[in-house]
Write a protein that binds this ligand. Structure first.
Ligand code: NDP
Length: 323
């Protein structure tokens, strides 16, 4: 089958497009899916670079949609050959992936092809961040970094639906416009603005924000501690600019600040949690018109160009691959 293998960590040059990889055999509790659309996520670049360790050789990629073509043994949640599903797992950058049945979800028939693969991981991240990492309430001031990214655009829309007041950051005028049209009330160009902290304080009448959702990591962490209000929460959930270095917890006592470092997979660990949040997410699309912005659908063979665009801050919304 076609697929993208990495045998060692490094830059995009370690992504090897192959046409002769073996098709996996589903084990107990797994189903084999022929993938139609594969979602790219920033986390894929961490496994490629080695920021997150994983055994090699490895096929990257955490989500896709497609058709079940074979089933393993054990509890498969009534899944059968021919079912159309979207899934979370590992090894997505390939024509076929064997995935845990517990992390599949029936593809809603009303969705255009590619939308489910485009929304699942980033949409679930945004949903669980605002419900569990910090439960956002109507009227809360919220700061969302990288607001025009994949998770960022989801956060902007879901926060608007809750009635929160969102301040977003982004690096270009086009990204600022995109985040605003997805629900951000105020936007700051954090590349051009020299006094981000002052700007956030000005917008919030000196109070600061109840919560910061920061996917950039290292670059904004010190600012986060400055802009968060007394008794507020800093949710640091990504590393696009590098990992947050160790810091002294005594810093938090200045305003009784909470710092969270969540990962999606711990919020959707059980089948019940996964089905609950996935159901809510698809309801947001089907019933409430959640907009899923696709930046580009790249051929699988051009995965290096896709990851270069993502890491080069050239994208808004979601990147997809087609095998
Ligand atoms: P994005 O689409 O948000 O792409 C990354 C964006 O980050 C860029 O477009 C850029 O926007 C911004 N950015 C800021 N600083 C840098 C930098 N130094 N280098 C590159 N980009 C930078 O990606 P995703 O939506 O896939 O993921 C967003 C983040 O959320 C990632 O950090 C990811 O790891 C994290 N994440 C965490 C999860 C979890 O479970 N904890 C789950 C899902 C995602 P701009 O140009 O506007 O600055």
């Amino acid at each position: 089958m076609k697929g993208v293998l990495i045998e060692k960590t490094g830059g995009v040059e370690v992504l090897e497009y192959k046409t002769d990889l073996p098709i996996p055999t589903p084990k107990e509790g797994e189903v084999l899916v022929k993938n139609d659309f594969i979602g790219i996520n920033y986390i894929d670049t961490y496994y490629r670079s080695g920021l997150y360790p994983a055994p090699k050789p490895e096929i990257l990629g955490r989500e896709a949609e497609g058709t079940i073509v074979a089933v393993g043994s054990g509890n498969l949640y009534d899944l059968k050959e021919g079912d159309r599903v979207v899934w979370l797992g590992t090894g997505a950058y390939a024509e076929y992936t064997s995935v845990p049945a517990a992390k599949t979800h029936a593809l809603p028939s009303s969705l255009e092809p590619g939308i489910a693969a485009a929304v699942l991981l980033q949409g679930l991240t945004a949903l669980t961040l605002i419900k569990e990492a910090y439960e956002v309430k109507k009227g809360d001031w919220v700061l969302v970094h990288a607001a025009a990214g994949g998770v960022g655009l989801m956060l902007c829309q879901l926060l608007k639906a809750v009635g929160a007041r969102t301040i977003g950051t982004a690096s270009t005028d086009a990204k600022i416009a995109e985040a605003k049209s997805n629900g951000a009330e105020f936007m700051i160009n954090y590349k051009a603005e020299k006094d981000l902290v002052g700007k956030v304080k000005e917008i919030t009448g000196g109070e600061g924000v109840r919560v910061v959702f920061d996917s950039t990591g290292k670059d904004q962490f010190e600012n986060d501690l400055e802009v968060v209000a007394r008794k507020g929460t800093v949710v640091s959930y990504g590393n696009s600019s590098g990992a947050v270095p160790p810091f002294a917890i005594s810093k938090l006592s200045a305003k009784n600040v909470k710092v969270m470092r969540p990962t999606l997979f711990n919020y959707i660990y059980t089948r019940e949690e996964y089905e609950n949040y996935t159901g809510q997410l698809f309801d947001f699309i089907v019933k409430d018109g959640l907009n899923v912005k696709i930046h580009e659908t790249y051929p699988l063979a051009e995965v290096a160009r896709a990851q270069t665009d993502l890491e080069g801050r050239k994208t808004t919304g979601k990147l997809l691959l087609r095998p």
